[in-house]
Design a protein around this ligand. Sequence first.
Ligand code: SAH
Ligand code: SF4
Ligand code: F3S
Length: 440
Amino acid sequence: MKTYHLTTFGCQMNEHDSERMKGMLDSLGYAEVGERAGADLILFNTCSIREKADNRLVGHLGEAKRLKAEDPTRVVGVGGCWSQSVKEGVFEQFPFVDVAFGPGQVHRLAEFLTSDSLSAQGYFEFEGFTGHLPMKRERDFQAWVQISVGCNCACSYCIVPSTRGREVSRPLAELRAEVERLAADGVREVTLLGQNVCSYGRDLPRGAKSTFAELLAEVDAVEGIRRIRYTSPHPKDIREDVIAAHAELDSVCEHIHLPLQSGSSRVLKAMRRTYGRERYLDRVAMIRERVPDCALSTDIIAGFPGETDADFEETMEVVEEVRFDSAFTFAFSPRRGTEAATLPEQVPPEVKRERMERLVETVQRHATERAQRFVGRTMEVLVEGPSRTDPARLRGRISHNKTVNFAGVAEPGELAGVEIASATSTTLAGEEALLARLAG
Ligand code: SAH
Ligand code: SF4
Ligand code: F3S
């Protein structure tokens, strides 16, 4: 039996694609191994969102090169967004690579492996959904569902539109059928994935169009699905019907990840985000009104070209006003082929660093303060397994997406009631309320 090792970088969409790659390799008779040295096929699913992602990859490929030199019958494959962004350049930079493919042609990997091809092959068309490939899930009771691929936005800093192509949605009926299959297979929580989930369905043929809110209702109606998460909505497209779904549909989680990027309307314009500070704050107000306890998280970029001290202060003001439950903060990183990479007025690294530090500190403080609202409450926790820090305890997540470490007897995949005793910026701690135990 042939063996493979797969390393995944990047976002949840890449994690999803990797599960599909694994499913496809399983169906070809390959077995997964934990060490690259023991693998006949060494695979990388790459990311190129920031410069750091590119740099990390280079080190890993160094090891693959050495292993390939030791045993030239080994096959080295590089998929994902970095691969797509440099295309044939993969083979120029790393001549020992046998096969390279973008996110739209993962299925071609199977074709390559089953052919007798002796020359290196590259596959970079936008041809199909990885969501159509077999899946090998990381956890029995949680699953990713790819609702669309690609992105029609033109955010001036972002490489994704060029690595994932134009937006294409999967039909509603197909998604419903997939979720029904997952539920029958024991899945309790699904995360719907798209670059801009709120524009889901607009590209579907006339007569088959549907909205993201309709998709949420369809998935909520599937028996057995207890939790629905999704990422990411776009502030320009999120409408009241989606926010209402959080209030009205039982399984839609009390958490919205709404990327802010900047609090300055001037910078947002240069980013081509097509919303301003007021629109963002208005969406937040609507969420807080309709779903008062909803957790809000975000993405923020510090040091976009031309961002002045005053612009950054506006970002800090919005952060202070919204008080996010958590936030991912990134220093602007120029990406090849993007408009922002060529803008004059690039912000010096030390200014980016200072701004990042201030942001991180504030975000951290809010996260800690916001988490205290759970202390003393009994929260419904989807149990994921043993705690990472103390195997005698369990770990799971609440609807608001906070991790909980707790003492209890519940099994992975079950919903347990946990009395929350303490909270930090990232995790909650508590004890299972055995009497309050909810039916799984
Ligand atoms: N489609 C998703 C984002 C995917 S990228 C969305 O629009 O919500 C995830 C995050 O990476 C973005 O929200 C942004 O904050 C950050 N990011 C993207 N390109 C970047 C760059 N060139 N430099 C720094 N951060 C970047
Ligand atoms: Fe990138 Fe903007 Fe599309 Fe998100 S919405 S993937 S940030 S272009
Ligand atoms: Fe994701 Fe990285 Fe591509 S964040 S979409 S894997 S560039």
